[in-house]
Design a protein around this ligand. Structure first.
Ligand code: ADP
Ligand code: ZN
Length: 817
């Protein structure tokens, strides 16, 4: 008897065991895909995780349907990482599998419903919903469950399908198909018939008379292949010969040309020769040497280098070294920082060896990168990617760089696995005995603390490249400015002065505002009513450009109201401000200059973000207004002034990391100013200029911030001293969430005493019609993390067994980033 344990792409606590034959057991390897039956009718693609001879105890193993691969597509190291992530982040391996594999690899089981052509149906016997499906099948040869859901506009359509089957109106078949099709390129060559000179000459003579155009094509074919010594693409031949594909087709039909196909890679590099990487300056050279020294006895090193100190060039040198050893390098960075700026910088040095893995790439492109990494192809020696690139099938990983390591976007929130890519990358590196470098101008408290504790190495660069000075940061007291009537809209006289000056000198300006839209609240001055989202507990944000009120949580939108929806008076006022309003005001203040806006609303689409960046680079924009998107490691040469419109709303955000994050955000935005020669200027407008974080930002005092925040974390029992697990309960029914949360908290208090906080509603307690309530568990140093999680899992199991709570969703966020 032979068995395999299989990971299914669904949230199952355990792997599932299937029966295989002797022959299959000889062929199968761990990491191959199999298609397997699950439940009564389902078929899934599973990954073989283990091959053995022990029958399962509690159920009879079913047979597999089919083996889908000839060689493993998942490596042992990947399986190990899946297992680690599932355990650490309290989710299932199946959920990790879904996140880890390109969608196209998960052959989908879709029930396909087709009309039963062999029976005669009396249409009057069909109920309304049955008739709708029956009728649809007269026009379409088949429907999937999802199509049926759409037609009937409801989820649970299986009963309808079942009745149709019983009435013999339809037939079902389970069908598996592969979604991914490699892209092929068409090539042509001369048919082998004309290999001999005599045959060829007679052919050309022949064509001379009847088909001059065709003869030209053949001559061009010779010229191209003589020049490139490579296969000739149909497209190239058409272009060079200034002809059409029908001419080529005619030649193929006459058996003069032969057509053939070669699979191509979608993600192609069309650059020229590689250029040499830059010569490091003294500080970069020292840093590089220190990093190498520390790697001798540390696996993780933190590079704390101020903005524009040239960290990227240091990474490049380290990457050159690992590549030379024949190993792979992973360069992780926040999604949004994955810009053409950086990609082309690396491609200049490394050419085709750079592969980019990006959520905005198509499914096909992702499969190609995946396969290139799996086969350790020369096209994927350096992977540049966002968080999910830790899941690629590395073969010989030598180095991981985590750039902007403090960035929150390395954490995935929804759906599970709710992992942190930086922390998981540290584990991934250890599997390969690879080195990992975390880089930032504003490291996370956790990483800096680890460096202080000597768990990580620490290397610093305190000067900007070219010795450009750090920007001069000035705090502007809004309370004072309002009192003295020195404000125009949201602009203080100081900010207006500095903008005027900067523009006059021919430099550019960046204005930062944390909120998008025009204003976050619309209020009736008569009755005080403000329009709320019907699905979420938030006010609707006014977007002037589209004259809409929109919810930033669920996307709900309505037209801007002419009068108050409650009392009917037309006295609507706006409270608070977002990027749209700043853009409008700055256009009024500086009508002769070009103003643009960069936020979620203006950067949708594959290259939306890139277009704005390029426009700024090429100085088509004088003033750019934007949200935190502006902060992510962009390198602009001509920006001299940065204005932060209001520092207070980020400082007051109710989260224990709010101060750390505000510091990072403001210092990163400031870092966009004066990166090349002239010293930059930063103005921060605030009601609270004596706030310690603002003082620390203005003196670029990272260590001061670190010490003070660390002390608070210590006093209030937060990371890095205590670990956190946040449990969120979600349900449509307010009372049910309350009852369930109380029950759960009580059960947890029994285990963890006063290290359980809550249950508590978050500031926005209803999103998309689901109420949220949080319980926070604090785990002191010395309390075993694995055992704690197991204990929580047991409570969860009991919780799920309570009938009343079955429909309440529990969401675990480990480390609560
Ligand atoms: P950081 O990532 O530390 O903010 P960057 O790596 O983006 O800084 O470098 C800032 C600027 O300095 C970039 O325009 C970069 O091209 C330039 N630069 C950095 N190091 C060198 C070097 N060794 N030689 C020439 N230019 C450099
Ligand atoms: Zn909403």
């Amino acid at each position: 008897m032979h068995f395999i344990d299989v990971i299914l792409p669904i949230p199952l606590e355990k792997r599932f065991t299937y029966n295989i034959t002797q022959a299959e057991s000889e062929f199968l390897q761990v990491g191959m895909r199999v298609s397997i039956p699950f439940g009564k009718t389902k078929i899934y693609t599973g990954i073989v995780a283990n091959i053995h001879q022990t029958a399962p105890l509690v159920y009879e193993a079913k047979d597999i349907h089919q083996i889908l691969d000839e060689a493993p597509i998942v490596t042992q190291q990947q399986l190990r990482l899946w297992q680690w992530i599932a355990k650490y982040y309290m989710c299932t391996e199946g959920e990790v599998m879904r996140a880890a594999l390109p969608n196209a690899f998960l052959l989908e089981s879709e029930t396909v419903i087709s009309p039963n052509k062999t029976s005669v149906i009396n249409e009057e016997d069909l109920k309304d919903d049955e008739f709708l499906i029956y009728e649809a099948l007269q026009h379409q040869s088949s429907l999937k469950i999802q199509d049926i859901s759409n037609i009937l506009d409801k989820k649970n359509v299986l009963p309808v399908v079942k009745r149709l089957v019983e009435k013999e109106a339809v037939i079902l078949n389970e069908e598996i198909y592969e979604k991914y099709k490699p892209k092929y390129v068409r090539y042509v060559k001369l048919s082998s018939k004309y290999a001999s000179e005599a045959e060829l000459n007679s052919l050309l003579d022949n064509l001379n008379k009847n088909a001059i155009k065709q003869k030209e094509v053949i001559l061009n074919l010779f010229t191209i292949s003589a020049r490139t010594k490579k296969p000739v693409k149909v497209s190239e031949l058409i272009e060079v010969s200034k002809t059409t594909s029908s001419t080529i087709k005619a030649l193929v039909d006459k058996n003069i040309l032969e057509e053939y196909h070669i699979q191509t890679d979608r993600v192609q590099y069309n650059g020229e020769e590689n250029s040499e990487s830059k010569q490091l300056n003294q500080y970069q050279t020292e840093a590089l040497q220190q990093i190498k020294n520390q790697f001798e006895n540390q696996n993780v090193v933190l590079l704390h280098g101020v903005t524009s100190s040239g960290k990227t060039e240091v990474y490049v040198k380290l990457i050159e070294d690992v590549i030379a050893e024949g190993k792979q390098a992973l360069y992780l960075l926040p999604e949004i920082a994955l810009t053409t700026q950086l990609v082309s910088r690396l491609q200049d040095y490394f050419g085709e060896q750079v592969a980019v893995f990006h959520s905005k790439y198509s499914a096909h492109e992702r499969v190609e990168v995946y396969n290139n990494v799996l086969h350790n192809s020369a096209k994927a020696k350096i992977i540049l990617g966002a968080r999910s690139s830790i899941f690629l099938p590395f073969d010989n990983l030598g180095l991981i760089i985590v750039d902007e390591e403090h960035e929150q976007s390395f954490k995935q929130f929804d759906p599970a696995p709710r992992y942190h890519a930086r922390d998981s990358a540290v584990v991934l590196a250890s599997f390969f005995k690879a080195k990992i470098l975390l880089g930032s101008a504003t490291p996370s408290l956790e990483s800096y603390h680890n460096a202080q504790e000597k768990k990580y190495g620490l290397v610093e660069i305190t000067r900007r490249y070219n010795n450009v000075q750090m920007p001069d940061i000035e705090l502007v007291d809004l309370k004072d400015k309002y009192k003295k009537k020195r404000m125009k809209g949201h602009f203080s006289d100081r900010l207006i002065e500095e903008i005027t000056e900067t523009l006059k000198e021919g430099y550019q300006v960046i204005l930062f505002q944390n909120r998008r839209g025009y204003s976050p609240i619309v209020e009736c001055t008569t009755c005080g009513h403000s329009p709320q989202c019907p699905n979420c507990d938030v006010s609707l944000t006014y977007h002037q450009y589209r004259k809409q009120l929109r919810c930033h949580y669920c996307g709900y939108g309505i037209a801007m109201q002419q009068k108050c929806m409650a009392c009917g008076t037309p006295d609507l006022d706006t409270v608070g401000f977002g990027t749209e309003q700043i853009e409008a005001e700055v256009k009024d203040l500086f009508p002769d200059f070009k103003v643009a806006r960069m936020d979620l609303d203006t950067t949708r689409g594959k290259f939306g973000y890139e277009k704005i960046i390029t426009a700024l680079e090429q100085q088509e924009i004088d003033i750019l207004v934007g949200t935190q998107m502006l902060t992510k490691g962009l390198d602009f040469r001509n920006v001299k002034l940065v204005g932060i419109m209001n520092a207070d709303n980020m400082l007051n955000f109710p989260d224990f990391r709010a101060h750390e994050r505000s510091f990072q955000l403001m210092l990163q935005v400031s870092g966009r100013a004066g990166r090349t020669d002239k010293r930059g200027k930063v103005l921060i407008q605030t009601y609270n200029p004596y706030h310690k974080i603002l003082q620390q930002v203005s003196t670029n005092d990272y260590v001061g911030m670190f010490k003070e925040q660390l002390e608070e974390r210590y006093n209030y029992k937060y990371p890095p001293f205590y670990r956190l697990i946040k449990i969120t309960l979600k349900h449509r029914d307010y009372n049910k969430v309350n009852l369930a949360a109380d029950w759960l908290a009580k059960a947890l208090v029994q285990l963890f005493k006063n290290n359980v906080l809550g249950p508590e509603f978050p500031p926005v307690s209803r999103i998309r019609n689901q109420y949220h309530k949080n319980i926070l568990i604090k785990i002191p140093q010395g309390q075993h993390l694995g055992k704690t999680k197991e204990a929580i899992k047991r409570v969860e199991t009991t919780f799920n067994a309570i009938g009343d709570f079955k429909s309440v969703r529990l969401i675990m966020n480990v480390d609560n980033y």
